[in-house]
Ligand binder design. Structure first.
Ligand code: S3P
Length: 169
């Protein structure tokens, strides 16, 4: 299966890197958040408010299973490692890349990004976001085939590093 799965916290650059990887490899993008929005027919923030996080996670898990069978560049949502069942799936998948980023840079990027609404960040303090990150870091690490540090790095350099790890697709 030709795919690369990007995981990482909100603001780690998954969508940006997915777009560049797609351009570089000619593979299509499979964006999990976009697939979920299509399935639920409303923005994620609205779905969180009306149905709750657990219902969101169930749909997210279904979409992940689908995505892992898909040829392309798979951009996941930052909470993909929250559902316990998703972690072994990712661990067993050979091309999972964790985009690791320095915590304060993540908070800065989340705050600067006005295009994406994020129910688990928008009404949180910086300290709460950092706490959420802290509880997730080891799950990203244990789920990844490779860890790529993205802090202060040009996206093109990150893409080159990923392709060097993954090899020829
Ligand atoms: C989430 C991250 C979001 C989106 C949802 C939940 C999370 O994706 O899936 O708001 O739990 O970290 P991004 O990482 O693309 O912002």
């Amino acid at each position: 299966m030709k795919n690369i799965v990007l995981i990482g916290f909100m603001g780690s650059g998954k969508s940006t890197i997915a777009a560049l990887l797609a351009a570089e490899t000619g593979l299509p993008i499979f964006d999990l958040d976009q697939e979920i929005v299509k399935a639920i027919g409303m923005p994620i923030t609205e779905y969180f408010a009306s149905n709750g996080e657990e219902a969101f996670r169930k749909i997210e898990s279904q979409k992940l299973a689908e995505a892992l069978q898909t040829e392309g560049i798979i951009a996941t949502g930052g909470g993909i490692i929250v559902a316990e069942d998703n972690r072994p799936l990712l661990q067993q998948h050979p091309t999972v890349v964790y985009l690791q980023t320095e915590p304060t840079q993540l908070v800065t990027r989340i705050r600067q990004d006005t295009r994406n609404q994020r129910p688990l960040a928008d009404d949180k303090t910086d300290a709460e976001i950092l706490q959420l990150l802290q509880g997730r870091v080891h799950h990203y690490e244990e789920s990844a085939s490779w860890i790529i540090d993205t802090t202060e790095k040009d996206p093109r350099v990150i893409v080159a590093e990923i392709l060097a790890k993954v090899g020829k697709l």
